[in-house]
Design a protein around this ligand. Structure first.
Ligand code: GDP
Ligand code: MG
Length: 459
C-alpha cells in the first residue's frame, strides 16, 4: 500500500510547509509583516523537525485565507501538479477550519496528508506528555479538535498507523488517541471525552491537595515562564545545581516543547529562604486556544505562583516578539499583573556582539510594563549555561519574595515587646493604639512574620 512509504520506519515523514503572507497592512509596516510571516514559517519548520518530520519544500501565497481551501483554488491546482505522485504531508501554518480540511483532503486524495499548525503542536504535545495528567490533557484536546474534523481519510490512515498516546508510529497528526477510538463513531468518542474529563478531574483534585499543603507550609513558589527554547529548564537545573536540596536534572533539549509536564525543584536561596521553583511548558506564537484551555490546569502553577520568572533568549533576534507572545498568553490566563522578573538568558552568546547593548536596551523598554515595583529594575541578564548571573538572580528572587507583605490586624500584649518592635521595623504600620491589653496594630507585614504573629492576630 502506498501509505507504507509515508510511515516507513527508516525514512522520515516528508512534508511541505504551506503559509500565507497576508496583505492588508499599511505599506509602512511591510518590513515587519514580512518578518513575522517568515518567522512564523521558520517556527513551523522547527515544530516539524521536533515532530520528526523532514521539510522538503515550502510554498506560500500572498493572500488572506480562502474560506474553502485556505490557498486560492488556482494555487491548490498548481500545488497538485508540483507534488510528485508519492505520498506527502502538507503542513499549513494556521488552524484550518473543518471545512477547509475536508475540502483539501477531498481534492488531494489519499496520498496527501493534510495537517495544520494546531494538529502539529498537539501531536508534539502527545509525544512529550509523560505524566498522567499531561497525557490526559493532550488526549482530551486532540479529541476535541478532531471530532469536527473526522473524515474517512483520518480513519483510513489511522487504521494502518494504529498508535497510542506518546507512541511514535503513524506519523504526524496521528499520534495520540489510538486506532480503536478513532475507528469508532463520534458517539463513542464523545463518551471517551466524558470519561477523560472525569479522570482528569480526579488527577487535578490530587494535585490541588498537594498545592494546598505546600501553601500551608508557607513555602513560596516561583514559576518559570517564557518562550519555548529560551532556557527555562536549563535555568532550573542551574538553580538546582547551586541551591537545590534534592538533586536530579531536568531534560534540556534544543527542541520546542521538550518539557511538557511541570517539574518542580526545592531550592534554598543564599540567605536561607526555601522556595519551590517550577518549570512550565514553553509558550509560542499562535499557541492553539485548544491547548491553552487544555493546559489551564498545568498552568495553574502560574496562577498560584508568588513570583514569575519570565525567561527570554537575548541571543534571539525575535526576542521582542517572543516576550510579547508570552505576555499575551499570560494575559489570557489572567495573570498579567503577577510580580515578574524578566530574566535575559544566554548572555554567554552575546560576548563581543556589538549589537548586544542596543538589543538589551530594547528589552528594557519591552519589559517596562511588566516592571511591578516602580523605580526598581527587575531585569537581569544571566547565562544558565555558564552560571553567570545566577547568584545575583537568586539574591534578587529572595529580595522580591521578602517584599511581599500581608495585611494583618494585631493585638500584641506588652509582654511581647520584641515582636511588636519587629512589626514596626520590618512591616509597614498603618495605624496603632495602646489599650489596657497591649498594642493594637493595623499593618502590612512580611509573610515570614505571619506565623509568629498568629497568636496575636485579630480575625
Ligand atoms: P526551555 O525550552 O525554555 O526549557 O529551554 P532549554 O532549557 O531546554 O534550553 C533550550 C536550548 O538552549 C538548549 O539547547 C540549551 O542548551 C540552550 N541554552 C539554555 N540556556 C543557555 C545559555 O545560557 N547559553 C547558551 N548558549 N545556551 C543555552
Ligand atoms: Mg524546557
Amino acid at each position: 500500500m502506498a501509505d507504507a512509504s509515508v510511515h516507513s520506519h527508516h525514512d522520515l515523514e516528508q512534508a511541505y510547509l504551506i503559509g500565507l503572507d497576508r496583505p492588508g497592512r499599511e505599506s509602512g509596516q511591510k518590513k515587519s509583516r514580512e518578518d513575522s510571516f517568515q518567522d512564523s514559517l521558520e517556527e513551523l519548520a522547527a515544530l516539524a523537525r521536533t515532530a520528526g518530520i523532514r521539510v522538503v519544500g515550502r510554498l506560500c501565497q500572498r493572500r488572506n485565507p480562502h474560506p474553502q481551501t485556505y490557498l486560492g483554488p488556482g494555487k491548490v491546482k498548481e500545488l497538485a501538479q508540483i507534488l510528485a505522485p508519492d505520498p506527502i504531508t502538507l503542513i499549513f501554518d494556521d488552524e484550518l477550519t473543518p471545512g477547509q480540511q475536508r475540502n483539501l483532503e477531498q481534492f488531494f486524495g489519499e496520498q496527501v496528508k493534510i495537517v495544520d499548525r494546531t494538529t502539529l503542536i498537539l501531536d508534539i504535545f502527545a509525544q512529550h506528555a509523560h505524566s498522567k495528567e499531561g497525557q490526559l490533557q493532550v488526549e482530551l484536546a486532540q479529541y476535541r479538535y478532531r471530532l469536527p474534523r473526522l473524515t474517512r481519510m483520518w480513519t483510513h490512515l489511522v487504521r494502518q498507523a494504529g498508535s497510542r498516546a506518546g507512541g511514535s508510529s503513524g506519523g504526524v497528526g496521528l499520534r495520540g488517541p489510538g486506532e480503536t477510538q478513532l475507528e469508532t463513531d463520534r458517539r463513542q468518542i464523545r463518551r471517551r471525552l466524558a470519561g477523560l474529563k472525569q479522570e482528569l478531574e480526579q488527577v487535578r483534585r490530587t494535585r490541588r491537595l498537594h498545592l494546598e499543603r505546600r501553601n500551608r507550609q508557607g513555602i513560596k513558589t516561583v514559576t518559570l515562564v517564557g518562550y519555548t527554547n529560551s532556557g527555562k529548564s536549563s535555568l532550573l537545573n542551574a538553580l538546582n545545581k547551586r541551591y537545590g536540596t534534592q538533586k536530579g536534572n531536568v531534560k534540556v533539549a534544543d527542541q520546542l516543547f521538550s518539557t511538557l509536564d511541570p517539574v518542580s525543584r526545592r531550592i534554598r536561596l543564599p540567605s536561607g529562604t526555601r522556595i519551590i521553583v517550577t518549570d512550565t511548558v514553553g509558550f509560542i506564537n499562535k499557541l492553539p486556544h485548544a491547548l491553552i484551555a487544555a493546559f489551564r490546569a498545568t498552568l495553574e502553577g502560574i496562577e498560584k505562583a508568588d513570583l514569575l520568572l519570565h525567561i527570554c533568549d537575548i541571543s534571539d533576534g525575535r526576542m521582542e516578539k517572543q516576550i510579547q507572545a508570552v505576555n499575551t498568553v499570560l494575559a489570557t490566563l489572567g495573570v498579567a499583573g503577577k510580580p515578574t522578573l524578566l530574566v535575559q538568558n544566554k548572555l554567554d552568546l552575546m560576548d563581543g556582539d556589538t549589537t548586544f547593548q542596543a538589543r538589551r536596551d530594547m528589552t528594557f523598554q519591552a519589559g517596562r510594563d511588566i516592571d511591578f515595583q516602580a523605580g526598581r529594575d527587575h531585569r537581569l541578564a544571566i547565562s544558565a549555561l555558564n552560571g553567570s548571573g545566577i547568584k545575583a538572580l537568586a539574591e534578587r528572587i529572595e529580595q522580591v519574595l521578602k517584599m511581599d507583605l500581608i495585611q494583618v490586624k494585631l493585638s500584641i500584649p506588652y509582654s511581647a515587646e520584641g515582636l511588636k518592635n519587629r512589626v514596626f521595623e520590618e512591616g509597614s504600620v498603618e495605624w496603632y493604639r495602646h489599650d489596657e491589653k497591649g498594642t493594637r496594630i493595623h499593618a502590612f507585614v512580611p509573610s515570614r512574620l505571619v506565623e509568629a504573629l498568629k497568636a496575636y492576630t485579630l480575625s
